[in-house]
Design a protein around this ligand. Structure first.
Ligand code: FAD
Ligand code: MG
Length: 320
């Protein structure tokens, strides 16, 4: 029997109204992009224009980095970089370059060439079925970030069938870019929610850091087990309870261990990371989910991280 679940509520923004600042202009923009609902609320002069411009920026990045949009640079790379080096924009080179460095620092626990395995597991299919070990091993041969060459604005793959998927990184990058846009409009206080990626600018209505609830993975939507306080910081959560399917009583989720080719299984069901950069926090939450906290603690000093919180399968949580 196959069962599929889909919901989007990893982080909960608490205290959302600006009641004590009645004169402060407030604007909220919502949109569906990057396969999730995004909500941006900002305060101050130009709030409305700023929120709209921030959403446009996120859409621009989706059109640049989505592997599903035929005109995107990632799509073009995925279909041509095994034949000959592809010329790419400075921005795409920057994102891929940063991500490759991250792949190396995590010894491939985070690997942007994961797409052949993502496609094989195809968890968004109508009736997904776990692939055979033979198919997994076949796809795994095409997953290896060290076979990507990025040099002088050109990118190439050493093997046919290799493909990049920035699903574990680009939401964070888009979030940071949206923050830059808000700042360019003079916005100092805002909350950006990109389905599991939060960035809190400045202060909340209480003239205090924003308070973000961490979704209890086994609770009702909106039930939280801990609260983090953020001011000019991002909090990103990766979990196995949001994008997954169930087959013969077993859960198969979307975060894959590139070394096994199978769903990451280190006993964790949720990892939340607080950092200055949402891009970094996005990659880190996925990487910690794959590595587990013990392995990550060994390499933690390589990263600029404020805090991280994990929830395990027995619903115990630990903060570091
Ligand atoms: P995260 O933990 O941040 O990332 C998990 C995602 O990263 C996986 O879904 C997979 O894509 C990838 N991944 C899995 N294992 C690893 C690993 N070990 N290392 C590195 N990456 C890994 N979804 C759609 O269904 N249709 C779309 O058209 C679509 N377009 C998108 C366009 C963009 C630019 C982005 C950023 C995402 C898009 N998505 C789309 C969603 C995407 O496929 C992921 O499902 C989503 O980004 C997962 O985010 P997360 O925060 O839930 O999980
Ligand atoms: Mg992530």
């Amino acid at each position: 029997m196959i069962k599929k679940f889909w919901c989007f509520a990893l982080l909960i923004v608490l205290c959302f109204s600006f009641s004590s600042c009645a004169k402060t202009k407030k604007a909220t923009e919502s949109a569906f992009c990057l396969d999730t609902m995004i909500n941006i609320t900002c305060y101050g002069q130009n709030a409305s224009e700023a929120a709209k411009a921030a959403v446009s920026e996120i859409r621009r990045i989706e059109f640049l980095l989505s592997p599903y949009i035929e005109t995107s640079e990632i799509y073009q790379i995925n279909h041509n970089a095994h034949k000959s080096p592809c010329k790419i924009s400075d921005e795409t080179a920057f994102v891929i370059g940063q991500a490759l460095e991250f792949c190396s620092l995590t010894d491939g626990a985070f690997d942007i060439t994961i797409k052949p395995l993502v496609d094989l597991w195809n968890i968004k299919a109508e009736n997904p079925i776990p692939p055979t070990d033979e198919k997994v091993n076949e796809a795994k041969q095409k997953v290896d970030y060290s076979l990507v060459t990025l040099k002088d604005g050109f990118i190439s793959f050493a093997k046919e069938g290799m493909m990049i998927d920035l699903g574990g990184a680009a939401k964070g990058y888009a979030c940071d870019k949206a923050v830059e846009i808000l700042k360019s409009y003079g916005i100092k206080n805002a909350i950006l929610d990109l389905g599991g990626n939060i960035y809190a600018m400045g202060q909340s209505e209480k003239k205090a850091p924003w308070r973000i609830g961490l979704q209890d993975p086994s609770g009702e939507r909106g039930e939280y087990f801990d609260v983090v306080e953020l001011s000019d910081l991002s909090c990103v959560t990766s979990g196995s309870y949001e994008r997954y399917f169930e087959y013969d009583g077993k859960i198969y989720h979307h975060i894959i261990n590139p070394h096994t080719g199978k769903c990451a299984d280190t006993g964790l069901i949720s990892v939340s990371v607080v950092a200055d950069s949402s891009f970094q926090a996005d990659m880190l939450s996925t990487a910690i989910f794959v590595m587990g906290e013990e392995e990550f603690e060994k390499i933690k000093d390589n990263f600029s991280i404020k805090k991280y919180v994990v929830v395990d399968k027995t619903n115990n949580w630990r903060a570091y």
